[in-house]
Design a protein around this ligand. Structure first.
Ligand code: G3I
Length: 378
């Protein structure tokens, strides 16, 4: 048995997928049911997203609302059933973690890591340095003089606390925005304003020293589509990633993948992924959801279009063997950020994730599973 297969079986056993270990993949992969029968179907165990992904050497997982874990049993069971890797939707960000400049609130992050450990799941850390969701005290407290110490002490404390338990850290999140007009296409965020472009390297160096075993990731959105703005952003991200790679500070690129049903995703993204792969880096789809805000109100039409976009987008990105994981940003339409800050104009709830509001699998679930089934093995 080769090493990859042995690792796959070990991972499957940890995730409670004993049957996967016992059965040749081909024996159940064909059972992918038609969407028409979706709601009556068993999607647990070998029928789950994690099992289908794992069979091709991929990790499937999702962002978790940590407050609901153990409180909402159906939600907790669904995450346990489907995810091989989890990430906190909010609990590991500065805002929730830093009640004051000198204290940390680790309870929610600890809870997620304990849940993952108890269920044989891996954990992504999101995130260590971002221009958003900073604590209220940050404005008025942070200065040019104290920003470097603030950033490095935060990263040292948080990464050290979870050392050995995090598969990958989003060390710097969304630092590129060419439309801000800065050199190198960097965003004019607070860390840039205090520290200049060097804040990125500082963050990566600090994280590397605190947990050399975690894969250090640069994570961004708006690099997926074929339009000109996405192309410019891809170019700037690639330059940033190349310079970090030359210094041995980065291991992976996170492509968030907040995309739109019917959107245009193609060769621009594929070439970007190839370029990242040639740098010897891994690629993670970190925050996938497919919004339906460009579509009319009809549920069936929306579900079909969302599923088709999941399928075509995943088919495109999974062709690249450097893509190792796919995480959706949430798992059920009952809890999605898309009904908040980026809601549909008609205020209908979005139908953007693999499970609906009642936690039943929808067409997107089957589209994802089929894409995993068709992915070249890692
Ligand atoms: O938890 C507080 C609560 O205590 C408070 O009373 C309430 C009042 O507004 O806010 C609650 O916090 C909200 C939090 O979500 C939890 O629900 C924040 O206001 C709200 O801003 C926050 O939104 C999150 C957003 O990031 C913040 O920028 C979304 O849940 C989260 O899905 C979203 O995730 C981001 C990724 O981190 C990075 N990539 C884009 C993605 C989508 O925007």
């Amino acid at each position: 048995m080769n090493r990859a297969r042995r690792e796959l079986l070990q991972r499957a056993a940890r995730l409670g997928l004993g049957s996967l270990a016992m059965r040749p993949v081909a024996a159940w992969a064909w059972q992918t049911p038609t969407p028409a029968g979706a709601k009556k179907l068993d999607v647990a165990g070998p029928q789950s997203l994690k099992a289908h992904a794992l069979a091709h050497g991929l990790l499937y997982g999702c962002a978790v609302n940590v407050g609901l874990l153990g409180q909402d049993q159906a939600y907790t069971d669904l995450v346990r059933q489907q995810a091989a890797i989890v990430v906190a939707e909010n609990a590991m960000k500065w805002g929730p973690m830093r009640p004051t400049p000198t204290t940390f609130h680790f309870a929610a992050a600890d809870k997620l890591v304990a849940f993952a450990e108890a269920n044989g799941m891996q954990v992504r850390g999101h995130n260590l340095c971002w221009h958003r969701q900073l604590p209220k005290w940050f404005d008025g407290y942070a200065t040019k003089e104290n920003a470097a110490a603030l950033l490095t002490s935060h990263i040292e404390s948080v990464v050290t606390r979870f050392k050995g338990k995090i598969q990958s850290w989003d060390v710097v999140n969304e630092a590129v925005l060419p439309s801000d007009g800065l050199p190198d296409g960097l965003r004019a965020g607070p860390w840039y304003k205090f520290l200049g472009p060097g804040f990125i390297e500082l963050a990566f160096r600090t994280a590397r020293a605190a947990d050399p075993g975690a894969k250090l990731t640069y994570n961004d959105y708006g690099i997926e589509a074929e339009d000109e703005a996405s192309g410019r952003k891809r170019t700037a991200v690639l330059e940033l990633v190349k310079s970090l790679r030359a210094k041995g500070l980065i291991d992976a690129v996170g492509v968030q993948s907040h995309i739109s049903a019917g959107g245009d995703y193609g060769s621009g993204l594929a070439e970007f992924l190839d370029a990242v792969q040639r740098l010897g880096l891994e690629i993670y789809v970190t925050e996938m959801d497919v919004n339906d805000r460009r579509l009319g109100p009809d549920d069936a039409t929306r579900d079909k279009a969302v599923a088709a976009t999941y399928r075509s987008y995943l088919d495109l990105v999974l062709k690249n063997p450097a893509v190792k994981s796919v995480l959706t940003w949430g798992i059920t339409d009952r809890f999605t950020w898309l009904n908040g800050e980026d809601a549909r104009a008609d205020h209908l709830p979005e139908r953007c994730l693999p499970f609906d509001q009642q936690l039943n699998p929808v067409e997107a679930f089957f589209a994802m599973r089929s894409a995993f089934d068709g992915a070249p093995a890692r």
